[in-house]
Design a protein around this ligand. Structure first.
Ligand code: LLP
Length: 421
């Protein structure tokens, strides 16, 4: 459920008409709903109630500092994957002991910075990384808390580009080498092993792969404890999928996922961490655009929008589906005609949807792509020198621009022309 609904024939974000924001901010822009973000976070928090737990928002899905502060104030931790994300989390007021640092390629500087400024744990993914972190921590005269990410060799049955838990994927250490690697980590003076980490992929629409992975993690916990390791924390990753299309099958709910966690690892007495991103932010955002032109094509007609692939790359990159809705509610019985929905960028890949049935549209009409809160603004670029689009946060009847549209001058000012030119 989200809070982008038609009221009096107009799409609203909570109590604010989208058209009002568009008039003030211009299009395209991203719009997020605090009520939806809050609701989704609380669903996860409630799903783990009764267990010692921390919900670490995977901020790679949506990293605006205002959104991080909103979630942090609700008690969220953060799953960060770069020095930049760490800095954003801290700027949002998230304490270091609520930040986990994931990712296969942490740099020495990122490790040092996090150790100096506070970190809950590093999720380490390889032996060379274990050795480097050990050196960095020792140099600083400190001890780095770590969980080792294991690769359980489970197929998450999701898009090829976002599956991470099969043995051929670059993530984690193979589960059958875990004992050896844990023994090595335990011998490092600069490290303190606190737990196990696993993340098998994103946009999972069934629970079975989680069940398979977490079952293996439970078994590994017992084995590692028998080996003398103190496994007090399990980071179970993110990945629960969302409905991208109205009327499609609804993926499992956080409550069912919580039950699964209880069933598979609940009896181990471990503190549970999860790292959901998409389910919290995905349906809490929309991308609002204007229709520029309607163009007759050879065998189909085009709707040309002022938003493009640089603003929302998921359709071009993954063939992802995002529902497109007009801001003005179509009258009941309005016929929808198939159109290709495209942007102004100079390549044919700048296509949001092919043969998508849409109600009659005219130039200047406002439309919105749904489910554009996760992996949307964060993946945008300035391709074709199109400035990053603004982000707006709505709460009840108020809204605020939480990232403004840069001017052309600001965009250009980052370039440096050397004196010798
Ligand atoms: N934890 C780790 C270690 C991850 O790599 C990810 C996502 C998450 C948590 C959060 O997963 P979520 O709950 O959001 O599914 N750009 C792609 C998605 C990439 C996901 C990367 N890792 C997309 O647009 O679909």
């Amino acid at each position: 459920m989200d809070h982008f609904l038609y009221r009096d024939g107009q799409l609203h974000a909570e109590d604010v008409p989208i058209a009002r924001i568009a008039a003030e901010v211009g299009t395209p822009f991203y719009c997020y709903s605090t009520a939806t973000l809050t609701r989704h976070f609380k669903l996860f928090d409630a799903a783990l109630a009764g267990m010692d737990h921390l919900v670490c928002f995977a901020m790679k899905s949506l990293s605006n500092v205002a959104v991080l502060k909103l979630l942090g104030d609700l008690g969220a931790g953060m799953d960060v994957v770069s020095g930049g994300e760490y800095a954003r989390a801290r700027a949002a007021g998230i304490p270091g002991d609520r930040i986990v640092f994931s990712g296969v390629g942490k740099t020495r500087e990122e490790m040092r910075h996090a150790l100096e400024h506070g970190i809950r744990q590093f999720n380490v993914e390889s032996e060379p990384e274990i050795d480097l972190l050990n050196r960095v921590a020792t140099e600083l005269g400190t001890v780095a808390p770590i969980a080792i990410r294991v690769n359980p060799d489970v197929d998450a049955a999701t898009h090829e580009k976002i599956a991470t838990g099969r043995k051929q994927d670059k993530f984690g250490i193979p589960i059958d080498r875990a004992r050896e690697v844990y023994a090595h980590a335990a011998s490092c003076e600069g490290l303190r092993v606190v737990g196990i980490d696993v993340h098998i992929g994103s946009q999972l629409t069934a629970l079975a792969p989680f069940e398979a992975a977490y079952g293996k993690i439970a078994e590994l916990t017992r084995t590692l404890r028998d080996d003398g390791h103190e496994i007090s924390r399990l980071d179970l990753g993110g990945g629960l999928g969302i409905p991208y299309s109205r009327g499609n099958d609804i993926p499992p709910q956080p409550a069912e996922y919580g039950e699964l966690i209880r069933r598979t690892v609940g009896d181990l007495g471990c503190e549970i961490e999860i790292e959901p991103g998409r389910l919290i932010s995905g349906n809490a955002g929309i991308l609002v655009a204007s229709v520029l032109y309607l163009k007759k094509g050879y065998d189909r007609d085009f709707v040309i929008l002022d938003a493009a692939m640089n603003d929302l790359i998921r359709p071009a990159m993954y063939g992802a589906h995002h529902d497109l809705v007009p801001i003005e509610e179509p009258a009941p019985g309005t016929e929808a005609e198939p159109h290709d929905i495209v942007g102004p960028v100079c390549e044919s890949g700048d296509t949001f949807a092919k043969a998508r049935p849409v109600p009659p549209l005219r130039p200047d009409d406002l439309v919105a792509f749904r489910s554009a809160g996760a992996y949307a603004a964060v993946m945008s670029s300035e391709y074709n020198s199109r400035p990053l689009v603004p982000e707006v946060l709505v709460s009840g009847d108020q809204f605020a621009v939480i990232r403004r549209r840069p001017t052309f001058d600001e965009m250009i000012a980052r370039d440096i022309v050397p004196e010798w030119l």
